[in-house]
Ligand binder design. Sequence first.
Ligand code: XIL
Length: 316
Amino acid sequence: GLKYFGAATDSPGFRERAPYASQYPKYDQIMWKSGEFGQTTPTNGQKWLFTEPERGVFNYTEGNIVTSKARKAGMYLRCHALVWHSQLAPWVEAKQDWTKDELRQVIVSHVTNVAGAWKGQCYAWDVLNEALNEDGTYRESVFYKVLGEEYITLAFKTAAKVDPKAKLYYNDYNLESPSPKTEGAQRIVRLLQKNKIRIDGVGLQAHLVAESRPTLDQHIDAIRGFANLGVEVALTELDIRLHTPANATNLAQQKEGYKNVVGACVQVKGCIGVTIWDFYDPFSWVPAVFPGEGAPLLWFEDWSKHPAYDGVVEAL
Ligand code: XIL
């Protein structure tokens, strides 16, 4: 059985949510009071851009909005994300002539302060997010360009020291069926294990597409590939977008997609939880990033439920 089924959520007034203020009471009721979700993840507030916008200037305001509600609601909390090339503060990215030592200090300081701010509160931390290209090679982020693989070991080593109770995860997308990228992620797990640095889990973001979803067996194989290395697995950002408008066909495909991916997690020992990346379609990140696609979550704009809601219930 899973430890949790949860939904990520953002701070009120932030990004996608801003134009929908009139829907907040209904939203908050389902998010925090209905018992639908046993876990949450702040979708934005703990990212580098918001937590260390200037070097050495730390701000936990946005992150705390969600994490304190999670605590009051008695939910599991996944914390997201310490080291990532995207939504990175411009001061890190703009400077390409970091010396190795300077950039090491920047990483250690960021991880120490931010993981320290939520010490003991996170069931898991996404220590490293999206470090891989689709072919399994490392993404040429500022961190990789300056430090190579060492930035990875340094981030996990530091997080392990700061928060001994949090499970430390590598998190990425397109890890839900076997591919060169899943092999790259396995290489990261083995790199840390070989160096005796703690890694506890791999997060499969699971940003999927209804019309071209993987099969149940592909999901099972991918999850097993990680579990066999002795780490746990979670679906960390599940959504299944479709080409809009929604119709009976793509909603049925979406339902099957949810049923298969959640079902795979339930069936493989070592897959411990599922998080959907918000639950209300208007608050999804998808339409802004994938034009022509949307409706990826479990509640439509008018608050009726997707057929996929039943797909999840059937899988659990
Ligand atoms: C997204 C958020 O949902 C958006 O609000 C934000 O504008 C961009 O980031 N992979 C991740 C998440 O690890 O942090 C991203 O979240 C979605 C893709």
